[in-house]
Design a protein around this ligand. Structure first.
Ligand code: CA
Length: 251
């Protein structure tokens, strides 16, 4: 059974406006409880009770990028029609980077890893407390807002790597390294979304553009060059991590 903690009312300064969350869950009771808990935190909530309904709602979002429909998706894995993993895969394949919190009924590690590998940002295993769910949602939205607000920041820092966006310079362990324009754009993208898994197709779309005619091996070659410039030991990378069967992750 789920345990439902009492959610504390936020102070006015914590109230979040224009932050809409899509809750995709086929069990009415759980969906209603999640919606109530998130609304009490000041979020606007829209619900879908199956996978197809969720995809239809999200299609509207993708065709209306200026006025984004949702800033977070709470996504159950076991859903009628289209399951949660397929929704996640499909959105990431399309280049939709809305944060996704997976709800899983199974506690097995495989499901957890799989959830992250298909591009989810976090997961919770049922049963979970509403307090925990709300805290995870708040953290994901904050992180997303931070990334969005800082996308034009002059400097991005991660570990020993500093990237100066406007100057197109990269400093690694105190030394300036010289990157080609494509390497720079790849690294800039990776550093803007630490730990997000990208498929080769998504990287091509973002860095080379939709008209690129080469194949996805191009990505592997650029990753290898980047590793040689960034990693202390390129054969055991710490920054540019290969996710087998999916693509790459930074950090
Ligand atoms: Ca379910």
């Amino acid at each position: 059974m789920l345990s439902f903690d009492v959610v504390q009312n936020p102070s006015p300064s914590e109230l979040i406006h224009n932050n809409r969350i899509l809750v995709v869950e086929d069990e009415d009771l759980i969906r209603d409880m999640i919606a109530i808990a998130l609304k009490e935190e000041g979020y606007e909530v829209i619900c879908a009770s199956n996978g197809q309904e969720a995809l239809n709602l999200l299609q509207t979002q993708e065709s209306d990028r200026v006025n984004s429909l949702v800033s977070l998706i709470v996504l159950d894995l076991m859903l009628p029609q289209v399951n949660g993993l397929d929704i996640c895969r499909l959105l990431r394949y399309r280049g939709n980077i809305v944060p996704i919190l997976i709800l899983s009924a199974k506690a097995s590690e495989t499901d957890r890893v799989l959830g992250l590998e298909v591009g989810a940002d976090d997961y919770l295993t049922k049963p979970f407390s509403m307090r925990e769910l709300v805290a995870r949602c708040r953290a994901l939205i904050r992180r997303q807002n931070y990334t969005t607000n800082n996308s034009n920041a002059t400097v991005q820092q991660f570990g020993d790597i500093a990237l100066f966006t406007e100057e197109c310079r990269v400093i690694v362990r105190g030394q300036e390294v010289s990157l080609s324009p494509k390497e720079f754009r790849l690294l800039d993208l990776f550093m803007s979304y630490p730990r997000r898994v990208w498929s080769r197709e998504q990287l091509i779309e973002q860095v080379w553009g939709p008209d690129f005619l080469g194949d996805s091996k191009t990505v592997d070659v650029h990753i290898r060059w980047l590793r040689e410039k960034l990693e202390e030991d390129p054969s055991h990378p710490e920054y540019l991590i290969t996710i087998r069967g999916f693509g790459y992750r930074f950090g």
